[in-house]
Design a protein around this ligand. Structure first.
Ligand code: MHO
Length: 265
């Protein structure tokens, strides 16, 4: 028979092991819950990339424009900037009637993103899919902590075909969320205005290291640059995970050698 002291020690050890085991199970459960919550909160549905024909450079092809409002335009610009086929993005004010709005007095406008895209590489339907899957269209006049009509959700269209695709996608979205109303408005695009320079490529500008890596472009170049649009998405960690990883690798390579500047990703 075990002496009383030894027996109680081994009982205590068993208890400790059991409670350590419980802790591990709790931590794993919590981690799983968190990852499910993050997935449920945002799981952007990225389109499958189409590879461009090498003899037909994107710069020679006619581009199309789309404008969406989905909350703070810092984030909206980053969401779309990284997509294959998106050539340029800008933060804009749209959807209102006030001429020449400014951030501190934008009247009835919403913060929005203007997207210039190559229709051979990505289409309006795919952009709509990214739009729906990258924000909460059921939140009334706001996104997360940003509350107010400037953060409302809007799909702007150029008329019949885009308006039809937008309504169809909204109906689909409404069937997905039976218990709450999809608040997204669908509007013909009217006059819209570029936001101030400090709101353009905001996520990228928060990262002086990345700015340096692309050679500290002057503001006008930064605003027109496809590379800057992509890196703006990368800086916000909103690119598809494969793209995030590819850019990480590229940057790692440059850092190792100490050169050259990052010219494309
Ligand atoms: N929550 C953000 C909103 C900025 S956005 C340009 C902030 O004030 O930091 O509306």
């Amino acid at each position: 028979m075990m002496p009383a002291r030894q027996a109680s020690q081994s009982e205590a050890m068993k208890k400790k092991k059991r409670s350590q085991g419980d802790l591990v199970v709790q931590i794993l459960g919590f981690a799983l819950l968190c990852s499910l919550m993050v997935d449920a909160a945002i799981a952007i549905r990225f389109p499958d990339p189409v590879s461009p024909r090498s003899n037909d450079a994107p710069s020679n092809r006619p581009l199309k424009t789309a404008v969406f409002a989905l909350g703070c335009f810092w984030r909206s610009e980053a969401v779309f900037g990284c997509l294959n086929g998106v050539v340029r993005t800008s933060a804009v004010y749209a959807g209102g009637s006030k001429p020449n709005p400014e951030f501190r007095s934008l009247g009835d406008h919403a913060e929005a993103v203007q997207i210039e895209y190559d229709p051979k590489l990505i289409n309006f339907r795919q952009l709509l899919d990214v739009f729906w899957s990258s924000h909460d269209s059921r939140q009334v006049f706001g996104q997360g902590p940003d509350v107010g009509q400037q953060y409302r959700s809007i799909i702007f269209t150029n008329g019949t075909e885009e308006a039809r695709l937008a309504s169809l996608s909204k109906e689909r979205e409404q069937t997905r969320s039976r218990s709450s109303i999809v608040t997204t408005q669908i509007q013909q695009l009217g006059a819209f205005y570029p936001a101030e320079p400090e709101h353009q490529k905001f996520e990228l500008k928060r990262n002086p290291f990345l700015l340096q890596l692309i050679g500290n472009m002057p503001e006008e170049e930064l605003e027109r640059s496809s590379l800057a649009a992509k890196l703006n998405g990368y800086a916000a960690e909103l690119c598809p995970s494969k793209t995030q990883a590819d850019i990480d690798l590229k940057i790692g390579g440059i850092l190792k050698k100490g050169w050259p500047l990052l010219r494309d990703v």
